[in-house]
Design a protein around this ligand. Sequence first.
Ligand SMILES: Cc1cc2nc3c(=O)[nH]c(=O)nc-3n(C[C@H](O)[C@H](O)[C@H](O)COP(=O)(O)OP(=O)(O)OC[C@H]3O[C@@H](n4cnc5c(N)ncnc54)[C@H](O)[C@@H]3O)c2cc1C
Length: 582
Amino acid sequence: IKYPNDFTPTLLSGECKIKFDFIVVGAGSAGAIIAARLSEIADWNILLLEAGGDPPESSEIPLKWSLALNTEYDWKFLTEQEDNLFKGLDGEKCHVPRGCMLGGSSSMNVMLQIRGTKYDFDEWEKSGCAGWGFDSVLPYFIKSENFTDMTRYDPKIHGNCGPLTVSPFVSPDPAIQTISQAADLMGLTNVKDLNKIERSIGYAMSDSTTRDGLRCSTLKAFLMPNSGRPNLFVAKYIRVTRILIENKSAVGVEFVSTSGEFKTVNCTLEVILSAGVVMSPQLLMISGIGPADHLKEMGVDVVADLPVGKNYQDHVAYFGLVLSDGKNRPIEDIAAESQKLRKETFDLIPKGISTMGLTGLLSFVDSKRASGNPDIEIMKIRYSCNTTQQMNTFKNMFGFSDEMAKVYNELNTHSDILLMIPISNIITKTGHVLLRSKDPLASPKIIANYLSDQEEIDTMVRGIEFVVEMCKTKPMTDAGYAFEEIPFPNCETNCKWGTKDYWKCGIKNLATSIFHSVGTNKMGAIDDKTSVVDPCLKVIGIEKLRVIDCSAMPLLVTCNTNAATMMMAEKGADIIKTQYGK
Ligand SMILES: Cc1cc2nc3c(=O)[nH]c(=O)nc-3n(C[C@H](O)[C@H](O)[C@H](O)COP(=O)(O)OP(=O)(O)OC[C@H]3O[C@@H](n4cnc5c(N)ncnc54)[C@H](O)[C@@H]3O)c2cc1C
């Protein structure tokens, strides 16, 4: 792997004579695409500033995705505590991991490639984002893509000459078949391609951002092939601390290097913020763009009074539905079977086949069985017998407290365990990101406000009940899967497994983020008081400043968020080129 050359030594040397046209802050899912696409214009010089460096080698292998969590490659954000949530999590706070490296979160995510429905993007347009309806965004999903599964290739929905390789996830796990049969009995159909236009309800194996069995991040797809361009400058380990604004116009940025040296760099055309859902709003607020009251309280001079940091939206997942696999059999048989399945899974990697074990199978459910739109996504993860303890999986991946992690690890010593995870798509109340102080290096406050509304809790409970019904169907019980009754430390003594009270107590303990936070620099109509950026992604009231990343999503798509973020970057780059007549 040949990562981009590092421009940082030249940038810090004071001898840099290059006049930059654009500065892109953050080389993540969006930023890597923006920088690569803008550098297609040979007479523009693009400076891409990234707080992290090259990704770790383990990030290449899909099955090892979680190794980067809670390391130096992760920003390790935490939410604030909440009265009725996170009781089974470490410190009663929810982990919000975000990649701190080239490729950003696309270098540490689970690689599930799902775009969102026609309904999702038509709602964006209706909310005031002119030009972002489904028919307008579909060409940008296609533009990025090199879809490798020719058996499902349809040029109306898939691309085959884009830089981003999208391949099917494959699994040798027999549970895929079993769960599919259970889903059929629950009235779900196999939609075969989760990115089909007419998809809304059903299940399928997910496609993935992988190439020849390895991760295909935006670093690999967009930056690496173009990093030899003479007009693209990638600076690593440079943390931007402020946007320089003169007369309501962005002129450059201030940054700090790893040695603690603060410097500035200017640009002639635009600063583009692609620092993600937490850091993009933080940088705006530190620079005086945000809610005036909050900025004044923090001692920051107000440049523009905008609702930056509001509209924080995320998908909440419930991790309390655990099935064990044939626990009445001798442990030696279970361990041998488990080891064989692990070997078969790992054997796929050298063959260039993309696999995540069992995790690739996803279902989208209308739990009310009324609206025709999915309000619940169901994900499954299998942990092979006796493996979770070694990797500290539950603590590291999902932030469980020691007490909760011990319960799950103990179960895993007796059997494979299967987590069936309902994820709620309904958001009626949003959270917010706030400054902790005016120190640009202080981690901002995240007030998640998850499940703070009865409708959200009811949807989650319906999702749980759907999964329970599904897992009690004949194919699942015949295969030996049985629920484990997880004891939660702080429930009423008479709170019986399977009752609504039990689920509500479970939610209080183990409902947490599934890493899809977006929305903190909401895109919308220019005269809408809730908008931070207009439909051209320009910060309202400030010249030469845009936000292009998942923070600009007005409404969270009803699925995973990477594909929609990359689409925004592709479209954002085209909007910029058009504006400058390129
Ligand atoms: C663990 C995990 C698993 C996920 N799994 C999936 C999945 O399977 N499928 C899916 O669709 N979505 C998934 N997501 C979500 C998806 O990856 C994100 O929505 C998407 O990557 C967001 O892209 P972004 O460009 O907005 O931000 P990021 O990709 O996070 O990029 C922001 C970049 O900005 C840099 N940065 C931040 N602040 C500064 C600063 N001050 N100066 C310089 N650089 C800075 C960061 O280091 C980072 O590189 C997952 C996310 C995580 C964290």
